[in-house]
Design a protein. Structure first.
Length: 362
């Protein structure tokens, strides 16, 4: 993938309320194009076209910011920044550099709803400039107030991150668009008698030192079996994505299935016409197979009162970022956002890829 412009990557930190009622810091990254995206600083020149929409990326279980940026030439975050957006990714609380080990039993309290409330604070910080930047590689270094604002925010959630964003617009109504990837956000079921292919299986391993956390994968092969459709893979990116050691995940999201779907269904019913929704998945996704994705799409159509679109990616399994269809996904998202009035203030050319075998959407 060739992004054209140099991409600037800055470490950012968000302060959020944790489930215990205290404050926790979330580590994140901000991606901008050197010649493209910009934001409000109160200058008249910026007001001529308005600030660039921001995109906030929300990862899933056993994941982190790294899933959005596997390499400088194969990256969701860099591709969207090259298109002209200001892009943020962050480690959700309890994951990677956003540790919550200091709270005994805290992993059990990090439910889907808790992560959604933390995302609400992240969105608010992006809109108002209420986050900090640092020259360090984590949030332990000296921090400086950002003082930049991007009032229009789009949220994109992958896998379990899709559960979080599915219930977001109908709960908070403060985002410009929502994109849910590779998960069934609602509790919709395919019609009776519909053949459903078996999904990938994995056995979680509890952390003996932190029993409120677990390891989702134990081997690279287990990771690949769960996430990858080999005919459509980008092999060197798969090797990065499924290389040990594997991240630990808090148990809260695994223990609230019934609650989360009840909450999501109620929230989807309350989205309304002002927030467009895009649902994307792969045609070989064992977690969100096409029959489930179709049922989810039908539920949104019947209940959300919103403008909802569906994209099915060819030769793609659960971790869409490691497949050759990624440029198709990026270009489709940019086009879709542009049609919904959320084009970047200074649009960039489409992402180019010399090794891809899928068509571009332009």
């Amino acid at each position: 993938m060739h992004f054209g412009d140099r991409i600037r990557v800055a470490t950012v930190c968000f302060s959020v309320t944790n489930p215990a009622g205290g404050r926790s810091t979330l580590y994140g990254l901000r991606y901008t194009s050197e010649r493209g995206s910009y934001w409000w600083r109160g200058r008249a020149a910026d007001r001529d076209q308005g600030p660039t929409p921001a995109i906030v990326l929300v990862h899933g279980i056993a994941s982190s910011t790294e899933n959005w940026d596997f390499s400088p030439t194969w990256s969701v975050a860099r591709a969207l920044a090259a298109a002209g957006y200001v892009v943020f990714s962050y480690d959700r609380l309890g994951y990677a550099k956003s540790t919550y080990f200091e709270q005994p039993g805290g992993g059990f309290t990090l439910t889907t709803a808790a992560h959604r409330a933390e995302l609400h604070e992240v969105v608010g910080a992006v809109q108002t400039g209420g986050y900090t930047t640092t020259a360090g590689s984590d949030c332990s270094a000296l921090q400086t107030p950002a003082r930049t604002r991007n009032p229009k925010v789009v949220i994109i959630g992958h896998s379990a991150g899709g559960w979080i964003v599915a219930g977001y617009p109908g709960t908070y109504h403060d985002v410009a668009a929502m994109i849910q990837t590779d998960i069934n956000g609602s509790n919709a079921q395919p019609p009776p008698g519909t053949p459903i292919p078996p999904g990938p299986s994995t056995a979680v391993t509890p952390d003996p030192n932190h029993p409120d956390y677990f390891q989702f994968f134990q081997t690279s092969q287990a990771c690949e079996n769960f996430n990858v459709y080999p005919p459509g893979e980008v092999n060197y990116i798969v090797q990065i994505a499924c290389a040990p050691p594997f991240l630990e995940s808090p148990y809260g999201e695994l223990q609230d299935f019934g609650v989360k779907f009840t909450q999501n269904d109620a929230a989807i019913d309350n989205i309304g016409p002002s927030i467009p929704v895009l649902l994307t998945s792969g045609d070989h996704d064992g977690v969100d197979p096409p029959v489930d994705a179709a049922a989810d799409y039908a539920y949104y159509q019947q209940h959300c009162g919103c403008d909802v679109t569906k994209l099915l990616l060819p030769d793609t399994a659960h971790l869409f970022m490691v497949h050759q269809s990624l440029p198709l996904w990026v270009n489709y998202v940019v086009d879709w956002l542009s049609v919904k009035g959320l084009a970047p203030a200074r649009p960039k050319p489409p992402v180019r890829c010399t090794d891809c075998v899928v068509p571009f959407v332009r």
